[in-house]
Write a new protein. Sequence first.
Length: 74
Amino acid sequence: MELHRVDPTKNCRRGYRLHETRTLFGETALIIEWGRLGQRFRSRSEVFPSDALRAQRSKELLARRRRHGYTPVP
């Protein structure tokens, strides 16, 4: 999922991405990327023992970003 926040009055052009993947050990990983649009994004990953925990964390992160004005990219 990819979200953007663009506000020209504040010179704000931000992006946020979430990717889900599996590790070599069968765990679920959530890769989080963020940064200015047009620049290289920073990233980090979080590993979860189950899909349910990963889905819950993903939902929390998306809700937080939407509260900060990010909107989904079609």
